[in-house]
Ligand binder design. Structure first.
Ligand SMILES: Nc1nc2c(ncn2[C@@H]2O[C@H](COP(=O)(O)OP(=O)(O)OP(=O)(O)O)[C@@H](O)[C@H]2O)c(=O)[nH]1
Ligand SMILES: Nc1nc2c(ncn2[C@@H]2O[C@H](COP(=O)(O)OP(=O)(O)OP(=O)(O)O)[C@@H](O)[C@H]2O)c(=O)[nH]1
Ligand SMILES: [Mg+2]
Ligand SMILES: [Mg+2]
Lengths: 291, 278
């Protein structure tokens, strides 16, 4: 784990009296390696380490008698600062229904997250409607319907038409039924699929969601920044959800996505059941990334 | 600069970044770079094209342990079990695989042994009808081991050539789910001793270093016979397979390059390495 690795580095250096700037640079290389092994994007890791080195020099750690601990504290605090920021609650519409649109790559956990979110909103006294705009994936509509049944939330879809029409019709239906929040599930898509990214833009333009959440798999590696950057550019999401964090992936994607998009991480998926949803805690994820 | 016998450090740094960016991982990257330093001829060290070619052959060699992508086995029915963590593309890959075998004139039976996830059996049913193959399924919540058992039984009684068993996605960290997987495997073996003849582990190309842990833990639970690397039609390179292949010594059998039935290709190391550097 990082504290031990770092103390190893500094034990070697300490024998030489106080550490020099070169020693600090060696330590920073070790930090960069830890971040890369935790799946932090290499450009983000490089920048992060440079910022930490600057802070460390500014804090005069070279004069410290416990440089390793002091540097680790700087690294940890910087990490929390970078991935944290205010965890604001989801926006609500002045005039219902509030629309929350859920997007992301294939298999990241969107449909499951929609169920978890609807479940949570229901527990808060809201009346959600799940809209199934994924007409592509075999049995996706059935999956969302089943999820809705499991949590006692209505769902709407229509396999005979287009995703855009489903969204429009679903919106009217929500109004009709007096639903105050819509959780809109969309098909997984690649950021490099121009047609599907355009479809998402159309849906967003039509429904004007109050929140657009980018759902990313917690075990994603270096590619996390590619997808996140393009989704931000073309769709502009308002928040991030990291799923499958009940595994042992270090979750460096959290830092990568946050760093390049500067959008808040709102939720963490922690299991397959529909109650496995947690509000994001930056210090927990930071400790996990540092191992 | 004594540059004539040393590879240009800037070139090496670029290579390192390229490999890291492809999810090859720190350890494997450093290993590859040191192999490069050793193997690159003195005369080539200032030729960046030669350096790149040496790097490519180094990677191809590491990915070379490719068994034939076809099940040229004399087992009948040949039983394949598909495993992996959640959402990586198991069910979709099974649909594509079924179609691939049907094109080869084989008779295929699918087993919907994911009885847990919402609409999992319905999803596989649609693939079965697309590939024009039979499917064995049960109700949600049924014992997955018994569905697998029944699928093998059906494959035998219908003289199918191949049976492919779908399993629920599961994180390797969940020991009860890994135990369930072993139970499914035992049930298959009970019905047909020696089966499953091949366990395919599906890895998502967007997965980072956790992919190696997944491979090791799944391999400890059920012996992995091959890897399917999916979602290579995105921008992710799936470089973690280099480390997986080295440590597990299992071939990468197929790659997934899209969501349609035809989007499955045999893994070709040269093509994969070329795409890594494009
Ligand atoms: N362990 C775990 N599994 C999860 C979590 N979230 C989702 N899953 C599982 O991940 C798999 C994929 O989830 P889906 O909800 O179908 O993902 P999706 O993004 O809707 O997939 P597409 O619609 O095909 O793009 C399923 O097996 C889910 O049960 C989580 O937080 N933890
Ligand atoms: N672009 C792309 N998408 C893929 C590929 N393979 C699978 N997918 C998509 O990934 C998503 C998940 O695929 P599934 O087959 O449901 O994955 P799974 O492993 O069976 O998921 P669980 O059973 O929930 O664990 C679906 O939207 C698929 O269409 C691929 O090669 N390329
Ligand atoms: Mg979905
Ligand atoms: Mg599946």
């Amino acid at each position: 784990e990082i504290t031990e690795k770092f103390e190893d580095v500094f034990r070697k250096l300490k024998g030489q009296g106080k550490i020099s700037e070169k020693h600090l640079a060696d330590g920073m290389r070790e930090i960069r390696r830890v971040l890369l092994e935790a799946d932090v994007n290499y450009k983000v890791a490089k920048q992060f380490v440079a910022d930490v080195q600057e802070k460390a020099l500014g804090a005069d750690v070279v004069k410290s008698i416990t440089p390793a601990q002091q540097i680790i504290k700087i690294v940890h605090d910087e990490l929390v600062l970078l991935i944290g920021g205010s965890s604001s609650p989801l926006k609500t519409a002045n005039i219902p229904p509030t629309v929350i649109m859920v997007v992301g790559l294939q298999g990241s956990g969107k449909t499951t997250f929609c169920g978890k979110l609807a479940n949570q909103l229901k527990a808060q006294g809201k009346k959600p409607l799940l809209i199934g705009a994924d007409l592509q994936r075999p049995a996706a509509v059935e999956q969302l319907k089943t999820v809705g049944r499991q949590i006692g939330v209505d769902s709407y879809s229509d396999l005979s038409t287009t995703p855009l029409s489903v969204c429009k019709a679903g919106f009217s239906l929500a109004r009709q039924k007096g639903c105050d929040v819509i959780v809109l599930d969309t098909a997984g898509r690649l950021h490099v699929d121009e047609a599907l990214m355009q479809e998402l833009q159309q849906i967003k333009g039509e429904l004007k969601p109050h929140e657009t959440l980018f759902v990313a798999d917690g075990m994603t590696g270096q590619d996390a920044v590619n997808a996140a950057t393009v989704f931000l550019e073309k769709i502009d999401f308002s928040g991030i959800v990291l799923t499958k964090m009940d595994g042992d992936a270090r979750g460096g994607a959290a830092l990568s996505i946050k760093a390049v998009t500067n959008r808040p991480i709102k939720y963490i998926g922690t299991g397959e059941k529909l109650d496995a949803l947690e509000i994001f805690h930056p210090d927990r994820v930071a400790s996990r990334i540092l191992g | 600069v004594s540059g004539k016998t040393r590879i240009d450090e800037e070139t090496l740094e670029e290579i390192e970044e390229r490999l890291i960016a492809a999810d090859v991982g720190v350890n494997t990257t450093l290993d590859i770079i040191s192999a490069l330093r050793e193997n690159l001829q003195l005369r080539d060290r200032n030729d960046s094209q030669a350096v790149l070619n040496c790097l490519k052959s180094e990677l191809i060699e590491r990915l070379q342990m490719n068994g034939s992508a076809d099940t040229a086995s004399n087992q009948k029915p040949y039983i394949i079990m598909v495993v992996g963590v959640n959402g990586v593309g198991k069910t979709t890959s099974i649909g594509k695989l079924a179609n691939h075998f049907v094109q080869d004139g084989k008779r295929v039976v699918l087993g919907a042994a994911d009885t847990f996830r919402a609409a999992a059996s319905e999803q596989l049913e649609i693939w079965a009808s697309r590939a024009n193959v039979e499917i064995v399924r049960n109700k949600p919540g049924a014992d997955p081991a018994s569905v697998a058992f029944d699928a093998v039984a059906a494959a035998e009684s219908r003289s199918a050539d191949i049976a492919i068993i779908d399993t629920a996605g599961r994180l390797h960290t969940k020991s009860n789910l890994m135990e369930e997987l072993k139970k499914i495997q035992r049930a298959i073996d009970r019905k047909m001793p020696g089966a499953p003849h091949e366990v395919l582990l599906v890895i998502d190309a967007t997965t980072g270093q956790n992919g190696l842990t997944q491979a090791k833990v799944f391999n400890d639970a059920v012996k992995i016979g091959g890897i399917v690397l999916t979602k290579l039609d995105g921008t992710a390179k799936g470089g973690i397979v280099v480390a997986i292949q080295e440590q597990l010594r299992v071939p990468i059998r197929f790659i997934g390059v899209g969501e349609q039935m035809d989007d499955l290709q045999p893994f070709v190391p040269e093509e994969y390495v070329e795409a890594l550097f494009s």
